[in-house]
Design a binder for this molecule. Structure first.
Ligand SMILES: CC(C)(COP(=O)(O)OP(=O)(O)OC[C@H]1O[C@@H](n2cnc3c(N)ncnc32)[C@H](O)[C@@H]1OP(=O)(O)O)[C@@H](O)C(=O)NCCC(=O)NCCSC(=O)C[C@H](O)C(=O)O
Ligand SMILES: [Mg+2]
Length: 293
């Protein structure tokens, strides 16, 4: 099933108001956080709050991910145990850096009897993770890892590497591209990291469009005010969808069924463009289906 992942909104698991509000927000996904946005002495309360919120249902078609604490923390095992009980669509695990990490996560979910529908998302936010992105993505081909995709974490990358987070992200683009290539080579999804300056909608829109053009499937968000712009930027424009339908229809014409390349509206179109067109239509249809309750 193709699922739109234009906008995934983080919210602190310790903020009941945010968890409640999320039921009516237009984000494609929600990331209920137990890590950075939750203080150490609030971890247990946040875990209970997330479990209660998921049990109460009402999130519609939005993809629900729980971001656990990292594997090297005292909270990780209880976070995963809670997730195994409440069965979100997935867990997002911070600072995954090695194949051993992926094996440990998949092994723990299996040992806890988590439903096979509970997938694993890895935050790529350490130097090691970026350097080994391809190996991590390849390891995800093992179904026991349950790996569904990566989320790029620019704040932690900046913290560890001292690369500055600047408008335009020039210093981060090589590593972003490296991670995107790794996911595409192994059939995974990848979401862009959050943009912290909530009060700067123009900067946010610029970074969203950049992320889309670099190849991300969508962006993670930190505030509801970022959802609409993000959805609009990651939605294929009507003209692109119309063009996609036209390309597919052209290749279905009897005179074109055995041709690899054709001329359409003055431009060359090949069957690879028909493949791309099918993806555009799948996403557009999935977005339309999201809006139907
Ligand atoms: C950033 C915030 C702390 C700002 O909070 P605040 O100033 O209180 O927000 P507002 O007053 O503007 O809120 C208005 C209403 O919207 C609700 N709200 C706010 N944020 C969210 C949210 N994220 N999800 C759902 N609802 C939200 C408020 O409750 C208000 O509602 P109402 O009462 O009806 O008026 C805050 O936005 C926030 O906590 N954001 C999320 C922070 C977070 O999750 N951070 C972790 C992810 S980013 C990360 O970890 C980096 C990554 O790992 C990396 O390495 O790069
Ligand atoms: Mg982080």
């Amino acid at each position: 099933m193709t699922r739109p992942r234009r906008s995934h909104l983080f919210m602190p698991g310790s903020n009941p108001r945010a968890l409640e509000k999320a039921r009516n927000l237009a984000a494609d996904g929600l990331i209920l956080d137990l890590e950075d946005s939750v203080a150490p002495d609030a971890k247990a309360v946040a875990r209970d709050g997330i479990a209660a919120a998921i049990a109460a249902k009402g999130f519609g078609k939005r993809e629900i991910l729980i971001r656990t604490n990292g594997l090297d923390t005292p909270w990780w095992v209880e976070d995963v145990a809670m997730a195994a009980k409440v069965s979100p669509d997935g867990i997002l695990v911070p600072k995954v850096s090695s194949i051993e990490d992926l094996d440990a996560i998949g092994g723990k979910l299996a040992a806890l009897g988590a439903a096979p529908t509970v997938k694993v998302w890895a935050m790529i936010e350490t130097a090691r993770a970026v350097l080994h992105a391809e190996e991590l993505a390849e390891a995800g081909r093992d179904p026991n890892t349950r790996l569904a995709g990566f989320v790029f974490g620019p704040n932690d990358i900046s913290r560890e590497t001292r690369i500055r987070m600047l408008p335009g992200r020039a210093a981060m683009i090589p590593m972003i591209t490296h991670c995107i290539l790794a996911t595409r080579a192994h059939g995974l999804e990848i979401l862009d990291g959050p943009y912290s300056d909530i009060a700067n909608p123009d900067g946010f829109a610029t970074e969203c469009a950049q992320g889309r053009d670099l190849g991300f499937d969508g962006k993670t968000l930190i505030h509801p005010s970022q959802i609409d712009a993000c959805n609009a930027i990651f939605t294929p424009p009507e003209e692109e969808v119309a063009r996609a339908r036209k390309i597919i229809a052209a290749f279905e014409l009897p005179e074109n069924v055995s041709r690899g390349a054709i001329r359409l509206d003055g431009a060359m179109v090949e069957r690879l463009h028909a493949d791309m067109a099918r993806r555009t239509i799948e996403i557009a249809d999935a977005i339309a289906a999201m809006g139907k309750g």
